[in-house]
Design a protein around this ligand. Structure first.
Ligand code: NAP
Length: 258
């Protein structure tokens, strides 16, 4: 595959080798893209740097805590300085406090609600605003985020994260409308459950995995590499007429009534 040959991409959300963002980074690199990867805080810097050494060409490694407007602005400036523009952005970031993922949703505090929506949904708006001029400089671009069916249906313990994903999916549509005239596309992939660091915060996650294996038409769970295949399609030129879309990659689970 060389769909992304000569393209520059920014990948936000690599924590470790299990991260969906890491699978997408590997696939994008194989497809020919030059990447910038971000890490959140010093705790994860070494991880991301180490992973980065396995990509060729070597990616830029830059800090970005998405709760900081200053760091987002510095990220945009660094990408502009190094790449001169940007062709695609992957947003693969989500967070909710442990309490918010354990207590019933009705107990969600104002602070936990704000934090989850800020990190998991508003960050797409802030990052899109930052990179839009860099994409315009290239004649357009593609922005992709990751969501989950908990935005539309109730899953035990997904709680405020489901509400944040609903806001994220609505943001995809509004951003697509705002940025479409600049030939910037904005889409989401709604992925089936995959065991990652973020997923380990949802108690009963292995029950969700099992449910998918039993009920999904394909009778199996999905892999991060399969999300990456769909991501390369949406990030690259083959997805050029697709925007404001939520593409489901879940072995068909979402179609089932029982
Ligand atoms: P992951 O590897 O834990 O990735 C989540 C990323 O979000 C981590 O890199 C995390 O960094 C980052 N993050 C959290 N707060 C941040 C902040 N303030 N600033 C910058 N980054 C921050 O888990 P993942 O499952 O691959 O998640 C990636 C995306 O896929 C998320 O949006 C998730 O909701 C979505 N998704 C996952 C599944 C699944 O089953 N795994 C299914 C559908 C959609 P820290 O580790 O430092 O917090």
């Amino acid at each position: 595959m060389s769909d992304l040959q000569g393209k520059h991409g920014l990948i936000v959300g690599v924590a470790n080798k299990r991260s969906i963002a890491w699978s997408i980074a590997q696939a994008a690199s194989r497809a020919g893209a030059m990447l910038a990867l971000t890490y959140q805080g010093e705790r994860l810097e070494e991880n991301v740097r180490e992973l980065g050494t396995t990509l060729s060409p070597s990616p830029l490694i830059l800090p970005c805590d998405v709760t900081s407007d200053e760091q987002i602005a510095e990220l945009g400036a660094a990408v502009e300085r190094e790449f001169g523009g940007l062709d695609f952005l992957l947003h693969a970031v989500a967070f909710a406090s442990r309490e918010a993922l354990q207590a019933p949703y009705v107990q969600t505090s104002r602070a936990a609600f704000r934090e989850a929506l800020d990190i998991s949904a508003y960050s797409l708006v802030a990052l899109s605003r930052e990179v839009a001029p860099l994409m315009s400089a290239r004649g357009g671009g593609s922005i992709l985020t990751l969501t989950y069916l908990g935005s539309q249906r109730v899953f035990p313990n997904y709680n405020v994260m489901g509400v944040a994903k609903a806001a994220l999916e609505a943001s995809v549509r509004y951003l697509a409308s705002d940025l479409g005239p600049q030939n910037i596309r904005v889409n989401a992939i709604s992925a089936g459950p995959i065991k990652t660091l973020a997923a380990s915060g949802i108690s009963g996650f292995s029950n969700i995995l099992q449910l998918y294996r039993e009920r999904a038409p394909l009778r199996r769970n999905i892999e991060a590499a399969e999300v990456a295949d769909a991501a390369i399609f949406l990030l690259g030129p083959r997805g050029c007429a697709i925007t404001a879309e939520v593409l489901t990659v879940d072995a068909g689970f979402q179609a089932m009534g029982m």
